[in-house]
Design a protein around this ligand. Structure first.
Ligand code: ASP
Length: 318
């Protein structure tokens, strides 16, 4: 058997931001590494067996959603009203089909709901109660509110609400580990098909049905035949700058490499506007980029040439 024609690759992120103070030990480093490694192994196994990039993205993100460590699925942050309202999207770069859900509360794996929207409905984005109803009638597993409740996230909400009452600014008060923590994946399969997916609990203390960039195709998630992109960071900026699509467009129309395009959008456009965050991006030859303007980005990479890397460094508060 010869080698597969495309250098199949899976790149994951586990969010950007700050997690622990400089000089202090990062107590959960091993836990984060293990979770990212497990997700990477599961998703890469799909690619190695000849499975699709869409299946690899879903498989790996389900592992991260089921972990309480990340702001997605089980470890989602709380809204102002004390609920876990989750957003997710997935896109097949080969067919340009896409699916997304926003503000779901009962489907256990929002990324699977997004895939069901893409593959079994005529729609792209479903929201709230309707999206949960669609997921349940699609046969997807549901979970009670207690599954999504973690004490650490609950505590973060209390600290922030308390500060609000005392009129302190977010910057002064936001518990550091509550900043970001979304999960995302981009994959290239053996048939050369790209896919991207993103899943999040959104922003801590969000109100009024706020939806971020993650479930919005072209903002936090996008894939076509040239690249696949998943973002994490301050969603409002990613929406305004159509970050994920902008990277794809710079590559397609201007011939930029994935690194050049991703760097330009994150470090010039979004940064100039005052937005912080990062992306993982993958092109059709297996080249990756992971620029971020935050203190750090958690990521894991596995590729057909044997590369297996995990990064949980640099998430330090100065
Ligand atoms: N981008 C997400 C949002 O704004 C948050 C994150 O990446 O952590 O909802």
């Amino acid at each position: 058997m010869g080698s597969p024609p495309f250098p199949f690759t899976l790149l994951l992120h586990g969010g950007s931001g700050r997690l622990y103070p400089a000089g202090a030990p990062f107590l959960k480093e091993e836990d984060y590494k293990e979770a990212l490694a497990a997700a990477s192994r599961a998703g890469f196994a799909v690619l190695a067996k000849g499975g699709s990039s869409v299946a690899a993205v879903e498989t790996s993100l389900k592992v991260l959603e089921d972990s309480p460590l990340f702001n997605a699925g089980r470890g989602s942050v709380f809204s102002h009203a004390g609920a876990n309202e989750m957003d997710a999207a997935i896109m097949n770069g080969f067919t340009l089909m896409a699916g997304a859900v926003a503000g779901v509360r009962t489907v256990k794996n929002p990324i699977s709901a997004a895939r069901a929207v893409m593959e079994t409905s005529p729609h792209v984005l479903l929201t709230g109660v309707g999206a949960d109803e669609f997921s349940a009638t699609s046969g997807l597993e549901t979970a009670p509110a207690s599954w999504f409740h973690t004490d650490e996230r609950w505590q973060q909400l209390q600290v922030l609400k308390e500060a609000e009452l005392r009129h302190l600014s977010h910057a002064q008060t936001l518990p550091q580990s509550s900043k970001y923590g979304t999960v995302g994946a981009v994959a290239l399969d053996q048939a050369g098909r790209l896919a991207a997916g993103t899943s999040t609990g959104g922003m801590l203390n969000k109100r009024f049905g706020r939806v971020g960039d993650s479930p919005l195709i072209g903002a936090g998630t996008y894939a076509n035949h040239v690249c696949a992109v998943s973002g994490t960071g301050h969603g409002e900026f990613f929406i305004r700058h159509a970050v994920a699509h902008d990277i794809a467009a710079l590559m397609e129309y201007k011939g930029l490499t994935v690194q050049e395009a991703a760097d330009l959008v994150i470090h010039q456009k979004v940064a100039a506007a005052g937005g912080k965050g990062g992306v993982i991006a993958l092109d059709s030859r297996g080249n990756v980029a992971k620029p971020h303007s935050t203190e750090g980005l958690f990521w894991a990479l596995a590729s057909a040439d044997g590369r297996q890397e995990i990064n949980v460094c640099n998430m330090v508060i100065e």
